[in-house]
Each structure stands twice: as structure tokens, then as C-alpha cells.
Design a binder for this molecule. Structure first.
Ligand SMILES: [Zn+2]
Length: 393
């Protein structure tokens, strides 16, 4: 009879607690659990349970995000309670800003295992006291500066979308988190732990979050950055990952630079000085990526912004949208403009240089050595054939 009651209890319990399938003799019920953490430092799991068995050992198991890997750590058992502290170091850092699925397993003195249900926790950067503000599709987290700063950042994000939409028929981005740090080092650590992809000091969109390092008192420059990154995001969401990847670096960066706002006079001065010195990189060299060097990257960004402004003016919004669409579809940096306008990239660049700097013969300033290194002999041959065609005209 006693056995039957236990079995009945087991059937009843099976609905909401996990029990050992190994035997019907012992009953364990997990009654409470918690999981706390300090980002990049430690995870602390605890479970409370009632048991008819003598429990000797206990473990936490967890999986991070989409990873198949299961981490296991043993904890301490005392009076119906299991505590597991996991110190995090470079070998076991969980991916930041992901969901951790975890469960407990305890073992009796007879060697039987009892497993808890599965639980989840969202593992984010809790080193700071984050404040939150919302303006669809943006959720902003910031930890320094007052409410005015948050309002300004959200307004800049909305402007970033609007400025892209002023030149391209793209929808607003999907819901996205903006997380604003103050110190670059804190941002870098978070990005590294989150495994966010970076290129030339910028976070790639597509992860549902954008990270910034902004000084709350350096507002004007900060807000340019917000508009810039949100513009990249708007392009990414609007064109899709493949279409976005197909955009030449100069076009992608140029649109984001355009979205920053009116060109900074100092930046324009830099552009003209570089043009005068013959130091502007040929557009061909900006197809795949922007320069790694910070100064060169800055000049290339201003140049790209200027070129995009020129294209919007020359072909108007409709024509510019056709060009971007052609690029998103083909990814052919040299020839996509030909499909859209019957002129190739080299001609567009010449026209832009003439319009911007009144340099009718910029080809004389093309740094052939740099092109050969960057693009290989094939590109040089191609350019030479273009020149031959031009001079024969
Ligand atoms: Zn950019």
C-alpha cells in the first residue's frame, strides 16, 4: 500500500517536477531556485529541494545562447539547498547579451540523479546601473547623464532613420537596443564578450543592438555618431544582410556620413586639402572596405559622404535609390552604376571630382602603385584599358 501511494504521488508530481526515472523509491522536488551574476566576473546559481533521499552532490548545467556546449559545475549541498558559484575567467566567459539555459542535477547517496526543470536567465552587462528609455523602434540603455541626454540620443537615432529615408525608400529598422557606455574600454569589453562583429572601430549591424561610447557632455559629436550608426542599421534592415553586404564600402559609409547631418566645415577643409595634395584614395580602393588607418579612414568617410551627396543631387532621390538597389542586387562595385545610369564607377568618380574640386584630369593623380597593391594587376590592366578607350574617343 505504501508503495502504491508513492507511485501515485510520483504520477502526480511528474506533471510539474522532474524526478529520477531510475527508481520509484525516492522523491525529490525542486522547490525554489535563483540565478544571479556579475557580468564577466561570476555566475551564482542556487536551488532548494525537498528529498526523501540523502543528497550528497549537486551540479549546475548550463548552455549559452545557441551554443551546443554544456557547462557543468559542482556546488555545495547543505540542508536541502545547492549553491554553485562559477568564477568567470578567459576560459569560460559566457557570450554577453544572450540567454543562458540552466538546470540543476543532484545525486543521492545511492548514486541516483535527480534533475530540475530548465530555467533561463538573460545574461547582460550589469556592471553599470542602467537606465532605460524607449522611442520605437529604439530601446535605450544608458548609465551616465540625465534624462535630457537620453531624449537627445533617442531623437538623434530617429533622425538617423529619417535622413536615410529622405534619400532611400526604406522602412524603419526592426526593434533595436541602443546601449550607451561612457568609456571606450567598457564598451570594448562588452563587445568582445558578446562576440559582436567589429570592422574599423564600428559595430556591424544585425545583432539587434548597437553599442556606443559617448560622453554625455560632448553632445553634438556624440549625436552625429548615433545618427551615423543608426543609418547603417537602417540600411542593413532595409536591404537585408545580403543586400547590405553587397554595398560598396564607400556607398555604405557615404550614406551613414550623409545621415550624420550637415558636413562639419573642418572635415570639409580636410577633404579639400587631401584633394589638393592628391591624397584622396581612388574610389576603386574603397569598394571592399574603408582604410584601417584612422586618419585615412576619416578622409575616406568624408570623401564618401561628399560623393553620396553629389549622387543624390545629380540623379535625385529616385535615381539614387535605383543605384543603391542595383548595388544591393549585384554587388558589382565597378559596373552597378552602368546598369542604373549607363556610366561606370570610374566615370562617376571623375564627374564627382570635377564637380567638387574642378580637377578635370584627376587620373594624372591616381596612385598606380597603391592600386596595383590593393587591387592587383588585373585592376591596373582594366584601368589602362579604360584610359586607352578614353583617349581613343
Ligand atoms: Zn560607418
Amino acid at each position: 500500500m505504501g508503495r502504491l501511494i508513492v507511485l501515485a504521488a510520483l504520477v502526480w508530481l511528474a506533471g510539474f517536477v522532474s524526478i529520477s526515472p531510475a527508481t520509484a523509491q525516492e522523491v525529490v522536488e525542486f522547490t525554489a531556485q535563483t540565478a544571479e551574476y556579475r557580468f564577466a566576473e561570476r555566475l551564482e546559481f542556487s536551488a532548494e529541494f525537498t528529498s526523501t533521499a540523502v543528497i550528497l552532490d549537486g551540479y549546475v548545467f548550463y548552455q549559452v545562447g545557441e551554443s551546443e556546449r554544456i557547462w557543468v559545475y559542482e556546488g555545495d549541498i547543505s540542508r536541502g539547498r545547492l549553491d554553485v558559484n562559477v568564477l568567470l575567467d578567459e576560459h569560460n566567459q559566457p557570450q554577453g547579451f544572450t540567454t543562458i539555459r540552466y538546470w540543476f542535477r543532484i545525486a543521492s547517496d545511492h548514486g541516483e540523479f535527480f534533475e530540475s526543470p530548465r530555467y533561463t536567465l538573460y545574461y547582460e552587462d550589469n556592471r553599470f546601473d542602467w537606465q532605460q528609455a524607449q522611442s520605437d523602434p529604439f530601446t535605450l540603455y544608458w548609465h551616465a547623464g540625465g534624462p535630457d541626454f537620453a531624449v537627445a540620443v533617442l531623437a538623434a537615432a530617429t533622425e538617423g532613420v529619417g535622413r536615410v529615408q529622405a534619400v532611400l525608400p526604406l522602412p524603419a529598422p526592426r526593434p533595436v537596443t541602443l546601449r550607451v557606455y561612457v568609456a571606450e574600454a567598457d564598451l570594448q569589453r562588452a563587445a568582445e564578450l558578446a562576440g559582436y562583429p567589429w570592422a574599423a572601430g564600428h559595430m556591424q549591424p544585425g545583432r539587434g543592438v548597437l553599442l556606443f561610447a559617448l560622453a554625455p557632455d560632448g553632445e553634438a559629436e556624440s549625436l552625429r555618431q548615433v545618427r551615423h550608426e543608426v543609418a547603417h542599421l537602417t540600411l542593413y534592415d532595409g536591404l537585408g544582410a545580403d543586400g547590405y553586404a553587397n554595398l560598396p564600402a564607400w556607398l555604405n559609409e557615404g550614406i551613414a556620413t550623409l545621415a550624420e547631418g550637415e558636413p562639419d566645415p573642418q572635415q570639409l577643409a580636410l577633404l579639400y586639402a587631401a584633394a589638393e595634395a592628391g591624397a584622396l584614395p581612388p574610389l576603386y580602393s574603397l569598394c571592399a572596405e574603408m582604410p584601417q588607418d584612422a586618419v585615412a579612414a576619416q578622409i575616406a568617410s568624408i570623401q564618401s559622404g561628399s560623393l553620396v551627396r553629389y549622387l543624390v543631387q545629380r540623379f535625385n532621390v529616385t535615381g539614387f535609390a535605383i543605384l543603391v538597389e542595383a548595388y544591393a542586387r549585384s554587388g558589382d562595385c565597378l559596373n552597378a552604376p552602368r546598369a542604373a545610369f549607363g556610366v561606370d564607377l570610374l566615370q562617376l568618380e571623375l564627374d564627382w571630382r570635377t564637380a567638387s574640386f574642378e580637377q578635370p584630369d584627376p587620373l594624372a593623380q591616381v596612385p598606380w602603385g597603391a592600386i596595383a597593391t590593393a587591387a592587383g594587376v588585373a585592376a591596373v590592366l582594366w584601368l589602362l584599358s579604360r584610359l586607352a578607350a578614353r583617349s581613343g574617343r
